[in-house]
Design a protein around this ligand. Sequence first.
Ligand SMILES: [Zn+2]
Length: 102
Amino acid sequence: MVPNDDQAKPEFKALVGQKPGGAITCPFCQGPVEYQSDGTTLAISKLTPLRYSRRKMERRAVNYGNQKNPPNPIMTPEQWIAEEKLMTGALQGYKYVEDLKP
Ligand SMILES: [Zn+2]
């Protein structure tokens, strides 16, 4: 759910591979978190973290909402991540990559 440009970066490949070398902005505390060498633990990172794309997250949330019965075409990323990913309370006040651009 990071921008396409960021998906080409080695940091992103590290995150997907659950390896050290890339950080993502935590959807709860917005701190940078990075996989440790055990491949499962996420810990605070010193790297500049990638951020989720608002556009992608909103599209994902609406797609999910539209598949519900009854459909919810106005599902927000906060509602989607709580319901599908069981991450209640995530993304509250999250600064998406678009939010940092002037
Ligand atoms: Zn956190």
